[in-house]
Ligand binder design. Structure first.
Ligand code: NAD
Length: 253
């Protein structure tokens, strides 16, 4: 049987690591990202087992069209990883209306549209499936200067719980993963901004996050991909509505 997965935000970072791991696990891949050039390039490493689709996940109809392309290409769909997200540092007084709509549009809207498009295809294909959403440890406990970002990730956990209940009868599970401090371009950018706001270096910025990690190391993207592979596979069939925290022990819940 052909197994098919869609990963959003798959051009780099955690999304690319998830794509690589799911490919190892036998999935054909739809790689969605709004960086057209980068996602096309990323797809080349999967030697015909992946198609790249350039899409902004905050645009509902475009997300539906992108999912259609993947299902047309591979004829099926089993797993959807709504991973795309943005993480600007936003001290409370700096937040603008435009930024609010942008960040919520991508981090929350992208997850909602991804769930809707997944549901449509699972229904059409006549089988269930697995939906996996990107939260964050900052969506489990509020993090300083991240009121927009943390808010969106709390929302992702809420949407995960609600849709797990709404879609269970159709054989669909919905779970989330909550990474900690992962070595990706997004995290280096956040560390830079936190350092800059305090008049300190990038390294200092990263240390502010790293010092509370029980396992005393930053996360590799692969640490997150391992947990997502579990949520994408049959060993997690009896798990739904959960957020798995993959943060080296920053938050205990
Ligand atoms: P990243 O910035 O390195 O990569 C994100 C990818 O998503 C990029 O390829 C980007 O082009 C794409 N993307 C962004 N907005 C998009 C949009 N509107 N439509 C389509 N694609 C879009 O980020 P990352 O660190 O790999 O993060 C991946 C996910 O994990 C995000 O949801 C992020 O919030 C979450 N996360 C990351 C960390 C971390 O430490 N890096 C921690 C917790 C949670």
């Amino acid at each position: 049987m052909v197994k098919v997965a869609i990963v959003t935000g798959a051009a780099q970072g955690i999304g690319l690591a998830i794509a690589q791991r799911l490919h190892q696990d036998g999935f054909k891949l739809g790689l969605l990202d709004y960086n057209a050039e980068a996602v096309e390039k990323a797809s080349e490493q999967f030697a015909g087992d992946a198609i790249a689709v350039a899409v902004d996940v905050s645009k509902r109809m475009d997300v539906f069209a992108a999912f259609d392309k993947v299902v047309e290409a591979f004829g099926d769909l089993h797993v959807v990883v709504n991973n795309a997200g943005v993480g600007p540092t936003t001290p409370i007084d700096t937040i603008t209306e435009e930024q609010f709509y942008q960040v919520y549009g991508i981090n929350v809207g992208g997850v909602l549209w991804g769930i809707q498009a997944a549901h449509k295809h699972f229904k059409d294909l006549g089988h269930g499936g697995k939906i996996i959403n990107a939260a964050s440890q900052a969506g489990v406990v509020g993090n300083p200067e991240l009121s927009l970002y943390s808010g969106t990730k709390f929302a992702v956990r809420g949407i995960t719980q609600v849709t797990a209940r709404d879609l269970a009868e159709e054989g669909i599970t919905v779970n989330a993963f909550a990474p900690g401090i992962v070595k990706t371009p997004m995290m280096f950018d956040i560390a830079h901004k936190v350092g800059q706001n305090a008049g300190k270096s990038d390294e200092w910025g990263m240390e502010q996050f790293a010092k509370n990690i029980t396992l005393k190391r930053l996360s590799e993207p692969e640490d997150v991909a391992n947990a997502v592979a579990f949520l994408a596979g049959k060993d997690s069939d009896y798990i739904t509505g959960q957020t798995i925290i993959v943060d080296g022990g920053m938050q205990f819940h």
